[in-house]
Design a protein around this ligand. Structure first.
Ligand code: SAH
Length: 351
């Protein structure tokens, strides 16, 4: 049975489902979900992410977190964690770069829902002892230095359309044996109370309860045990409008046509993330290009360029541009840091 058939059956039984329920099945259904069935990254996959574009990305993240670790007194025992590590490329580059930092011997922990990708991560980091956990609350009770790149955008969102003093949820139902969008009943939504001020009838806002929960858990851990987190994703300060998108073979497709066969993401609402950072502190939201420049990506790029010629040099120059230029990933992607009240923010980010 295909995932579309399975979802149609579920809708026939239960009625229309939320976009969050749809995303959860489309991405993570254990047999038919997108991440459960493939390694989607790279030129031959459906999309390419920053760590797959250049080793410089993971290297700079690794050094940034190692600097945070030093600033917090270089605790002997600590966790270096990644949420949604994909192929494990970022962590490999981060560990290689930070291996020159004396005493930096982390317990490496991954949070990864896909069994297929866990295998890929095990291969990529065959010389590293990795522990996989299923939840932030399962992380060891010790300082936590954490990176999540393009993780929050994969978490399930719900969408609501403004209707007078309330909201209608955008749901997924069925028509002529096909999945289609529809509108639920008008209701009050306590979690969207503050959005009544800046929206008008017909406007769509998105709400990602899991991203808020994950952020609260990371913040609580860092406030209690120390550490720092870098959350990097595409999105902006306040979500307005429909940002649900499906990608297949590097092209955008309709979000309902290929459940399980296309990647589904939504922009991250960084205001909601920032509001969830308590009792730790969060940095200002910073464009990825600015963050990487401050960490010295151009120096690193020049050093690597000395060893390259021809096509490899051209690819390297393009990769640097792609990661940093405002018209490429430099502005679309943003970074927010989480850090303890008593310490400095992570390098490259403002308090
Ligand atoms: N960080 C990587 C991969 C980003 S793709 C990179 O930058 O290349 C999203 C990753 O998050 C994948 O590894 C996917 O399997 C994982 N993922 C998605 N939803 C998840 C969830 N709810 N829990 C744990 N991992 C999840």
């Amino acid at each position: 049975m295909s995932l579309t058939e399975l979802l149609l059956k579920r809708i026939a039984l239960e009625g229309p489902i939320s976009i969050a329920d749809y995303m959860t099945d489309a991405l993570l259904h254990p047999k038919l979900g997108y991440y459960a069935t493939r390694d989607p990254f790279g030129q031959t996959g459906d999309f390419i992410t920053a760590p797959e574009i250049s080793q410089m990305f993971g290297e700079l993240i690794g050094l940034s977190l190692a600097q945070c670790w030093q600033d917090q007194g270089a605790p002997k025992t600590f966790t270096l964690a990644e949420l949604g590590p994909g192929r494990g490329t970022l962590m490999k580059d981060a560990l290689r770069a930070a291996s020159n930092v004396p005493g930096f011997k982390p317990d490496v922990v991954f949070l990864e829902a896909s069994a297929t990708l866990r295998d890929v991560q095990r291969d990529t980091l065959s010389d590293v002892q990795i522990t996989w956990v299923n939840a932030i609350t399962d992380l060891p009770a010790q300082p936590l230095f954490l990176i999540a790149n393009e993780f929050l955008d994969a978490l399930p969102i719900r969408q609501f359309q403004r209707a007078g003093p309330g909201w209608q949820e955008i749901r997924i139902g069925a028509e002529d044996d096909r999945l289609c969008f529809g509108l639920g009943q008008q209701q009050k939504q306590p979690s969207l109370q503050d959005r009544l001020e800046d929206t008008k009838d017909g406007d769509i806002v998105e709400h990602c309860a899991s991203a808020i929960q994950v952020t609260q858990q990371i913040s609580a851990h860092i406030a209690q045990h120390g550490g720092a987190a870098l959350l990097i994703d595409y999105g902006d300060w306040r979500s307005l409008g429909d940002t649900l998108q499906a990608l297949k073979d590097h092209k955008s497709v309709h979000p309902l046509t290929d459940p399980g066969d296309a990647d589904l993401t939504a922009h991250v609402d960084f205001e909601a993330i920032a509001n969830a950072v308590s009792p730790a502190k969060h940095t200002k939201l910073t464009p990825q290009g600015v963050f990487l420049e401050r960490l010295g990506i151009t120096h690193r790029a020049q050093a690597l360029a000395k060893h390259l010629t021809g096509d490899a040099l051209t690819a390297h120059i393009n990769a640097h541009r792609r990661l940093t230029h405002p018209s490429e990933m430099g502005n679309l992607f943003k970074v927010i840091g989480i850090y303890p009240d008593s310490h400095m923010p992570p390098p490259g980010l403002d308090p």
